[in-house]
Design a protein around this ligand. Structure first.
Ligand code: FAD
Length: 424
């Protein structure tokens, strides 16, 4: 059997629901296909923090009820705890903007409800797309859905991306476990907390009143140790604020953990116009900077707004380049264990602590406000110089120089990639 439509969207996560709704509001007939059976999204540990830009996108696409829900925590920014008993540093969103926090399953369920009731959308759940070509998709059942455009909003292991580029394009970065604490408050309500420690960092924020999500990042070299609850308890105990320690320990001992792998795929390729990639299917990075859902929502909006596919791809590549670089650099800065990287971590925190402009600049870059590579390079150089001056004497100059070389390689690679693209 073959069905014909204008647009077929593979995947009803945040990006897929957003793009299906945006196309339908623009008068197109959309078929939205989701592999998960109804009710399964609640079980998934994934994005639960949305930047203000993402909140705006939700509102513009008519998901107002989600953003206006009473009691849903708003996000004012981040609080970074440097460790060693030092006082935290607050980074506020600029100009009083507000983000949003929620249970991932709630967001997806609510978006699916809205999109299912949108005129022009046919939403089918429990159907998996098996293969994709420029004319449409084939479901596992053998059924065909044909359309002038196929949107791959099918996440990190996208079948649409594989149909274009083959498999194996993304790289594992770390593992992360999610722990839910009920009946506790956050030290700074309405802020995302970043606790720097060893072996890596922890994130924590309220996703509902008195419900806190803790995310523990575990570098891959600890993949054997992380299976031991006692190791995990020791790794989190000294880093968490005292009020969260006991409930967190109980959750770990009780085995109430949800694990996810974190991967990296640069946002370089958005497809060919007939098969278009958005959201995590287009690229993804470590959740430390919480950009994934916001990126997917903005992709969806811009794809429909910009009639020309190449213009859409160019605009999104430019907008995502600096936030992606910032995310990778911060991840390395907060997780690398060599002495120079630790000095760099102290220098970054000190820049934020002492300079309002740098705090605003970091938050602006996260939001995609700096498209030029130079907006990243300036503060990065300042932090490198600060780290060099603040080195301790526990390592050799050779080891520090080797670490600096590895630090410079990443932004250089981005600068070169950007330069090659503008020339081509
Ligand atoms: C631990 C963790 C924490 C995170 N924290 C944050 C955060 O705080 N903030 C943030 O913004 N981001 C965060 N992220 C990232 C965020 O979860 C993702 O960026 C976001 O979910 C991507 O949305 P998406 O719609 O592109 O893809 P997904 O959410 O992955 O949705 C893809 C959908 O496609 C469906 N699908 C897949 N294959 C097929 C197929 N063949 N046929 C039909 N359907 C298919 C899937 O079932 C799924 O429903 C986090 C990620 C992780 C792993």
């Amino acid at each position: 059997m073959t069905t014909n439509t204008d647009i077929v969207v593979v995947g009803a996560g945040p990006a897929g629901c957003a793009v299906a709704r945006a196309y339908a509001l623009a008068g197109q007939r959309v078929v939205l296909l989701e592999a998960e059976e109804q009710g399964k999204s609640r079980k998934r540990f994934a994005g639960e923090w949305l930047h203000p830009q993402g909140v705006d996108a939700l509102k513009k696409l008519g998901f107002d009820a989600i953003t206006a829900m009473q009691g849903r925590p708003q996000g004012r920014g981040f609080v970074v705890y440097p460790g060693h008993g030092e006082s935290p540093v607050k980074l506020d969103y600029v100009e009083g903007q507000r983000g949003l926090a929620f249970h991932h399953g709630d967001l997806v369920d609510e978006m699916r409800q809205v999109v299912a009731q949108t005129e022009g959308v046919t939403f089918r759940q429990g159907v998996r797309v098996a293969s994709v070509d420029d004319a449409g998709v084939t479901l596992e059942s053998g059924e065909r859905v044909e359309a002038s455009r196929v949107i791959g909003a099918d996440g990190r292991s996208s079948v649409v991306r594989r149909s274009l580029r083959g498999s194996g394009s993304h790289k594992a970065m770390s593992a992360m476990t999610g722990i839910l604490l009920e009946g506790v408050k956050a030290p700074y309500p309405e802020y995302g907390h970043v606790f720097l420690g060893k072996p890596s960092f922890l994130l924590g924020y309220e996703i509902a009143p008195s419900v806190v999500r803790i995310c523990v990042d575990v570098p891959l070299k600890y993949k054997t140790e992380m299976k031991d609850p006692e190791w995990l308890i020791a790794a989190t105990r000294d880093t968490l604020p005292p009020v969260w320690r006991k409930p967190c320990e109980e959750q770990i001992r009780g085995g109430h953990l949800r694990w996810q792998a974190n991967h990296f795929l640069a946002r370089a390729d958005y497809g060919n116009g007939h098969r278009v990639l958005i959201g995590d299917a287009a690229g993804h990075t470590h959740p430390l900077t919480a950009t994934g859902i916001t990126n997917g929502l903005v992709d969806a909006m811009e794809l429909v707004e910009k009639k020309d596919f190449r213009e859409f791809a160019r605009s999104r590549r430019r907008a995502c380049r600096v936030p992606e670089l910032l995310s990778r650099a911060l991840y390395d800065c907060f997780s690398k264990e060599d002495a120079f990287s630790q000095s760099l971590r102290r220098a970054v925190v000190s820049l934020w602590r002492n300079d309002q402009k740098e705090r605003d600049r970091t938050m602006g870059l996260l939001m995609g406000n700096g498209r030029s590579f130079l907006t990243f390079a300036g503060p990065f150089l300042k932090a490198l110089i600060g780290a060099w001056r603040g080195r301790d004497n526990t390592t050799t100059m050779g080891a520090d120089l080797a670490s600096i070389a590895s630090w410079i390689r990443l932004p250089m690679a981005y600068a070169m990639a950007g330069w090659v693209r503008t020339k081509s």
